[in-house]
Design a protein around this ligand. Structure first.
Ligand SMILES: [Zn+2]
Length: 382
């Protein structure tokens, strides 16, 4: 076997570190997903990933698994090693103490106040630092953590289910079971990797969804014991959510955004009584809850990734507010007819106003098609 060249080596082992980081997909919140592998002579000496906030970082786990054989190794780590004294001590110092000779990183720490400090500490200690390597892939591990650190907002994914004719619900609002069981299971995975699920009071009243993660032992891609319940969030200006709504049931983390001037004291009391957190929102120009401010509040609460599962009106409002980072559409081979409701409530008049989307992925999921889009807000200024 011929030796790989240096560039390919770096990409190969960084890919391996990325695959380790992915093991924390459902569990690291609010921390980033990070993987680390220690290599000597193109052989794995140790490996690790960050599993859970409060537990050891990826580098510490990799060093521990090497059982004292770390001297002279190259460490591949998907994110710049931390230099601050957190719950588990700085990883840069641990790499120095382990006598690692080279550190190859995927991306710098996105937090502007610490960016580059971990790398500098390594270089100051005489360690060879190389990177960024596979930065796009490394960044894709943590879209929410990066956006929260750089913009003070969570990464917002909008999930929609529609028929082939672009309809999401009957005129009555009835919308259950448009897609098949495989697509619905895929949605459970999207929920499991999210820190919060956001919906509107209209959907709560019509569909009464629980919005909990239900992963069973048949799903081999997710270990059920790793699943945590995301925060369930309702946008409800006047607190019209019925206290018996399923989304408010259980002990989970539930909150409702409302507008104080539109809400009675009784409505507040009836929800507070259930242990639901009530968050006073800001009023937007249209008299509704200011979605940008609400999402910034969630980011302040260390929410990295938000999944919006709602009806056409709130979905359209998120899109018009420029908040949507990704749209996931499940399309069923079904026709709901021309009286059914459209995907978005977007009162556009001319082709010029059309919202441009980029298709980034397309997969068959059971009998349905999964489409992933990125909205293009860039042209708005033109
Ligand atoms: Zn660390």
């Amino acid at each position: 076997m011929t030796a790989l060249n240096r560039e390919t080596d770096h990409q190969h082992w960084m890919n391996y570190a990325i695959s380790l980081a992915k093991k924390g997909l459902y569990t690291t919140h609010p921390n980033p997903r990070v993987g680390c592998v220690l290599i000597r002579d193109n052989q794995i000496v140790g490996e690790g990933y960050h599993r859970k906030a409060g537990e050891a970082h990826a580098e510490i786990n990799a060093i521990a698994s090497a059982k004292g054989r770390t001297k002279g190794c190259t460490a591949y780590v998907t994110l710049e090693p931390c230099s601050h004294h957190g719950k588990t001590g700085p990883c840069s110092q641990a790499l120095i103490d382990a006598q690692i000779s080279t550190v190859v990183y995927g991306m710098q720490d996105p937090n502007p106040t610490v960016m580059g400090r971990g790398l500098k500490q390594l270089e100051d200690a005489g360690i060879n630092v190389i990177g960024p390597i596979l930065s796009d892939e490394a960044e894709a591990l943590n879209p929410g953590f990066i956006k929260r650190m750089t913009e003070g907002l969570p990464f917002i994914r909008l999930k929609l289910a529609m028929s082939l004719d672009g309809r999401t619900a009957m005129a009555s609002g009835e919308s259950k079971w448009i897609t098949g069981p495989e697509a619905r299971l895929d949605v459970q995975r999207l929920r499991a990797q999210s820190d919060a699920i956001v919906t509107g009071v209209g959907s709560v009243i019509i569909d009464d969804p629980s919005m909990t993660v239900r992963i069973n032992n048949h799903d081999k891609t997710v270990e059920p014991h790793t699943v945590r319940q995301p925060r369930r969030v309702v946008m409800d200006s006047s607190l019209a959510t019925p206290p018996e709504a399923k989304i408010l049931s259980g002990d989970g983390n539930r909150c409702v955004f409302y507008l104080p001037e539109q809400t009675s004291d009784e409505a507040k009391k009836s929800l507070e009584h259930l242990g639901v957190e009530l968050l006073a929102g800001e009023t937007a120009v249209d008299g509704k809850i200011d979605l940008v401010a609400a999402m910034a509040t969630l980011a302040d609460q260390e929410i990295n990734e938000v999944l919006v599962e709602t009806g056409a009106v709130l979905a359209g409002a998120f899109l018009q507010a420029g908040l949507v980072d990704e749209i996931v559409v499940y399309m069923a081979a079904k026709l709901l007819g021309s009286n059914a409701r459209a995907l978005f409530e977007l009162p556009l008049e001319t082709m010029e106003q059309a919202v441009q989307l980029h298709l980034s992925a397309m997969d068959k999921v059971g009998d349905d098609i999964k489409l992933v889009f990125t909205p293009d807000y860039i042209d708005e200024a033109d």
